[in-house]
Structure formats: structure tokens, C-alpha cells
Design a protein around this ligand. Sequence first.
Ligand code: SAM
Length: 493
Amino acid sequence: MEVVCPIDEKRAPEISALLRPPPPREIQDYFDRLLASRECCRLKVKQDGEHGKGVYADVEFKEGELLLRDQMLFGCQHPLNKIDCLVCSFCFRFIGTLELQIGRRLFFQDLGLSSSHGCDTGACSDVSNDHGASDSSDGDDIMDERSCDDSRGCASGSKRAKVPLPKEIVESLMNGEIVLPYSDKFSAPPVVPCAGGCQEAYYCSKACADADWNSFHSLLCTGEKSEAFSAKALLQFMQHANETNDIFILAAKAIAYTILRYRKSKANFLTSCKEDAARVMDKFHMPLLLEAWKPISVGHKRRWWECIALPEDVDPSDEAGFRMEIKELAFKSLQLLKAAIFDKECEPLFSLDIYGHIIGMFELNNLDLVVASPVEDYFLYIDDLPSPEKEEAKKVSQPYLDALGDEYAVSCEGTAFFPLQSCMNHSCHPNAKAFKREKDRDGQATIVALKPIPKGEEVTISYIDEDLPVEGRQVLLADYGFTCKCSKCQQES
Ligand SMILES: C[S@@+](CC[C@H](N)C(=O)[O-])C[C@H]1O[C@@H](n2cnc3c(N)ncnc32)[C@H](O)[C@@H]1O
């Protein structure tokens, strides 16, 4: 049966206004300001390219040169990965002592809750999910490499059994009673809990805690200071997202972000306005909502259930049924979110059409979020110590490595939308790539040049593994809603 969302009909004119791209001059202004705020005036976003918007070099770049560090607009850590890695909920850098990271892993591992799976160091994995291009650290020789040492068992495929440690030792690691040799060299910022009291979000600093609270978390916090009108409904929404698709959590962030921006600009507007508030708001409500929505309105998007590629295990004759199921899933998620944070003045944001477009935007643009773990660096450091310091340190550290097993250093993994990186088009012979350098320790996207890029040339990245045969590449690119017609694809076909 067709899913019907009453808001879609009731708010049709406002929904069309939200889905209509802003005028080109406004889009240009938005990206020019964004580039300036990233202190990155060496790139330009242009709107009239062959594939719509694109990013262009405004100076000449050398091979290996940094093009862009892009701050995410919306990001989330995969729910199971939260068990293995304690990271800042805003910037995604690792937080707390090395002992706390190891202790937490062992604690959850003992409870059978660890999510780690096979070889999962930042070095070996070019983690890629169905949400988009991967921010890889795959040992390309233009940048710092992270080696994967066979002696730790992660490259050879031979799995070593974990050697558990007593519960008291694990507790002492977590509460700071045990200090590992040289661990001070790997200390991360102290853990700042969420001021809303949810015990779900943790930060590296008060600045990150405040930024998260003001951007999204005040509406999405399940603690006692939350501004959501039902923490219970919010928990139900989160549970549904964790069990089905964490892209719903990102969509909730996009809606919360727009509502909070709308409320803030409305408050500022009313303070500065001398006329009768009710009458003025009637006129300015929609312009204020459109302005609050601007960062999302400029993103390339289609409805999720229409743009998602048909999975291999779905028979093409069942395509309509599959798309309907996806739509129903989104509708269920939206109802749960609406029960938790509905705002009458922002009602169009709770329409299924808008929800579908937000999720579709993530589907077509997102980059995998990967941040390497300091635990990996720690054990590599111990291994590289000269004798006799190495043997002395290993006497203490080895039992922890044995307890962690082959997956001793799980990276932080998630998915994120980056406003500038998401303007980069695909090429099967790209001139740039998303790449984490040794010093990139947070969730920002880092884009580096793979070859010299002359001024005026378009900056392209590969959304997929460009070394695959042409048929495989085209199948994966179908997820992004297009068939690649680059010279490499044409030659190979
Ligand atoms: C991440 S966005 C890139 C920015 C996009 N061009 C825009 O206007 O916002 C991805 C979308 O751009 C388009 N695109 C990117 N690379 C392409 C290519 N090589 N050929 C055709 N379309 C491409 C597709 O519509 C794809 O879904």
C-alpha cells in the first residue's frame, strides 16, 4: 500500500520552496564564503560544469599537495563502533587516556559486545561502505604510510586467540590505576561529558561540547536538559536507527540543525524588529526557514527510495516492492523523530518528501569517516623502541596486546557529509583523493593532489576503486545515480 504522509500534502508549497535550489548567485555566495572560512581561497566552486557543480583549482597544485581540509556539516560514528572507540561526538578525535581506550575495549570484549571484525587497523582497511567514497589511508606513497606488521598477526590472515585479562586489571586500566609505559606520549584530550546529562555524547573540549549542543545536540540529547519534548520517543527513534540504518541519525541531525538555526535567526529578527511580532512573522517565517535550510538546500539530492541502487540480491522484477519498503522504513523513522522533536513552525521539515531528499543527499554525497586509533600507534611505538627499552616495555604491554587480539587497534568509523568535498565530481582517473595523513587525527576530510593540477582544471576524486574493471566500476557508480562516460570508461568499454 502507498505510504501517505499528510504533511506532504498540507505543506506542499513550502516543501517545493525548500526543494527548489536557491538562485545561482546565492549558491555562489554560499560556497565563496565557505571557502574563505576554510582559509582555502585556492579552490573555486563553479556551477556550470558538465556534471553540475564542481570544484576547480584556482592556482597550480603540486603532486602530494594539500588541496582542502573540509569540516563536516553532519557526521556520525557507526553505532557498533562506539563500543570500540571513545571519540569526541563533534570532531571525532579520540579522547581519554590510552589506558581508558584499551580498558573499554577489553571491558566490552568480555561482555561479548566488541564490534571488531578481522583485520581492522587504520593501515589495512580502506573502509568503504554503501554511503560513499572512502577517506582512505591506504599507504599511498605520496603520504605518510601506516605499516601493517605481520608480527602482530593482522596481515597474514592467521588469527591468534585472545588471552583475556582478569576483570580487576581491566577496571584498573579504565580508572587510571594502571599506567602503561610510554603511554603519556599518546594521551588524547580528557573526556568532557555532555552537559545535557545523556551519557551518550562525550567531547574533547568544552568548545566541541558547546558547538554540538548549539548545532544539533540540544534537540537530540536524551538527558534531563534536553530540549526534545520526549526523551522516550527520542530513544525509540535512536533504537530504530541503530537497528536499521544509521543514516537516519544523520537525517535527524540535519533537521535539528535547521530547526535550531531557524529559532536563533527568528529570535534575532524579533529583537531587532519594532513592528507587531505576529504580523511580521507571518511574512518572514518562510524566508527565515529557507535561510536556516540553506546549507542543505545547496547539496545535490534526490529522493532516497528513488536514487538508491537496487541491491544485487533483489530481483529486478521486485524493484517496485523494494523501493516501497525503503520508503516505508523512512516513514517509520520520520514518525519516531516527529514524536520526539516536532516543531509546528518547521512542520515542512517533517514531511516524507523532505526526509527522503535529506537521506538521498547523504546517499549520493557522503564520505566514510575514518580516524586512526592511538592504540595502534602505541604498540607500533613499543615495537620500534631500541633494546633494552623495548623488552622492558613489552613485559608490561604484551599481555594487553594479547588480550586485544589481532584487532588491537580499531579505527573510528562512521559516515559524514562534507559541504565542499561533496561538490567534487567523480573521475576514473582522478587528480585528487581523500587521504588521511599521519597528522590528521579528527573527522575532517583531507583532499590531496595525486598529480600536478594546473590552474583552472577541475579537481576530481574517485568515488570507487578506480582500478576495478570498467563493468565493476559502472555497477558501483550506479549507487551515485550516473553512468561514467570518462575517456577511460569509453576506451575500456
Ligand atoms: C557528490 S555529488 C558531486 C557534485 C554535483 N555535481 C553537484 O552538482 O552538486 C555527486 C553527483 O554528481 C554527479 N556526478 C559526479 N561525477 C560525475 C561524472 N563523472 N559523470 C556524471 N555525473 C557525475 C552525479 O549526479 C552524482 O550523483
